[in-house]
Design a protein around this ligand. Structure first.
Ligand code: FAD
Ligand code: NAP
Length: 313
């Protein structure tokens, strides 16, 4: 029986791991299906993590976190969790992809979010063959070439700036004429010579041939326009990864809001005793590394109180 099972090894899960183990829990396992670090490892630049100055990638930022946790005894199980069940005796059963199960007194869910599909024609057909959601991973394939970026949030604009250093030209295709991204990011985009804004533009389709993408067609108030590019990067928001909390009947083991985010209180407690949520998956998450880490710390401290109370009942 684990004292605590942490699901997800992003900033939230890793910090929960640090606080639970350093706070004295002996038997804590973090289940992370890939390399620990979370979605920020796909970011080419992070400039708003407190105390970190200078140019640093998401990968650089997250590199030391797992080692720090392991020093205090956090175990990493490199597995995908498929389900978290709440048992009648108050414990939890974690089911892994291979069917193995393990029981835990408490759970921190920190499975974060994944990039949303935009839903345009050609997106699925050309995904991985010219359509991408990761500039750090795929930008280099378009060195010296023109690419398009879809979206108007922080991710789209930041990644467009990153791509502008590799590619000869970047078209930002956005459905409105104002941006959600932070004002200083918008200003940087405006001051980047090889970025062209294609505004009030909806995508008709992304097209190509058997080698991959060759371009996209957009609809603007002034008419349709064709942009010939071999790469299209979509950054149109994120979906929360809440599937592991689903029961067989489709309901969840704790209360969620209508967007599928986990409802928590200020201690990161959910409506189910012993189940905590941290990071992007919780309601009102500012979707920031520092906030996810903060949630992980809050959850970790409160897991310790919870496990103490269960063991000393
Ligand atoms: P995540 O980072 O999403 O981590 C969740 C982890 O859980 C992942 O590693 C995933 O593999 C794992 N997982 C999911 N499901 C399972 C499962 N079933 N079993 C096992 N493991 C599972 N924030 C900033 O503060 N500054 C920035 O500059 C910034 N830039 C960004 C740039 C990009 C391109 C993106 C995509 C995001 C950016 N963000 C930035 C947001 C930031 O990355 C997130 O807010 C933060 O990573 C959330 O942390 P998390 O731990 O909640 O979730
Ligand atoms: P986001 O803020 O939700 O922005 C998504 C963008 O995609 C919006 O501009 C939206 O247009 C557009 N869009 C949505 N669906 C679309 C569709 N089907 N077709 C075309 N365009 C579509 O998502 P994000 O940029 O990934 O950011 C997610 C969160 O992470 C945010 O809270 C963000 O602040 C945070 N984040 C922060 C940083 C940072 O702090 N530096 C960096 C990255 C992300 P509309 O604007 O018209 O809705």
């Amino acid at each position: 029986m684990l004292d605590c099972a942490i699901i997800g090894g992003g900033p939230a899960g890793l910090t929960a791991g640090l606080y639970t183990t350093r706070g004295g829990l002996a038997n804590v396992t973090m289940f992370e299906k890939g390399m620990p670090g979370g979605q920020i490892t796909n970011s080419s630049e992070i400039e708003n993590y407190p105390g970190v100055t200078g140019e640093i990638t998401g990968m650089d930022l997250m590199m030391p976190w797992p080692e720090q946790c392991q020093r205090f005894g956090l175990k990493h199980d490199m597995s995908e969790v498929t389900n978290v069940a709440h048992n009648e005796d108050g414990t939890f059963t974690i089911t892994k992809e291979n069917g193995d199960t393990i029981d835990a007194l408490s759970v921190v869910i920190g499975t974060g979010s994944t990039p949303r599909r935009a839903g345009f024609k050609g997106e699925d057909e050309f995904f991985g063959r010219g359509v991408s959601t990761c500039a750090t991973c795929d930008g280099f394939f378009y060195k010296g070439k023109e690419v398009a970026v879809i979206g108007g949030g922080d991710t789209a604009l930041e990644e467009a700036i990153y791509l502008s250093n590799i590619c000869s030209k970047v078209y930002i295709v956005h459905r409105r004429d104002t941006f959600r991204a932070a004002p200083n990011t918008v200003e940087r985009v405006m001051n980047t010579e090889n970025i062209e804004l294609v505004l009030n533009a909806s995508i008709n389709e992304v097209f190509g041939d058997k080698m991959g993408v060759t371009g996209l067609s957009v609809k603007q108030p002034e008419g349709d326009r064709q942009i010939d590019v071999p790469g299209v990067f979509t950054f149109v928001g994120m979906n929360v990864n809440n599937g592991v909390l689903k029961k067989e009947d489709g309901s969840f083991i704790c209360d969620m809001n209508e967007a599928g985010e986990v409802i928590v209180d200020l201690r990161m407690k959910t409506s189910t005793p012993g189940l905590f949520a941290a990071g992007d998956i919780r309601i009102e998450a500012p979707k920031q590394v520092v906030a996810a880490a903060g949630d992980g710390a809050v959850a970790g401290v409160n897991v310790i109180h919870y496990v103490d109370s269960v063991k000393n009942k």
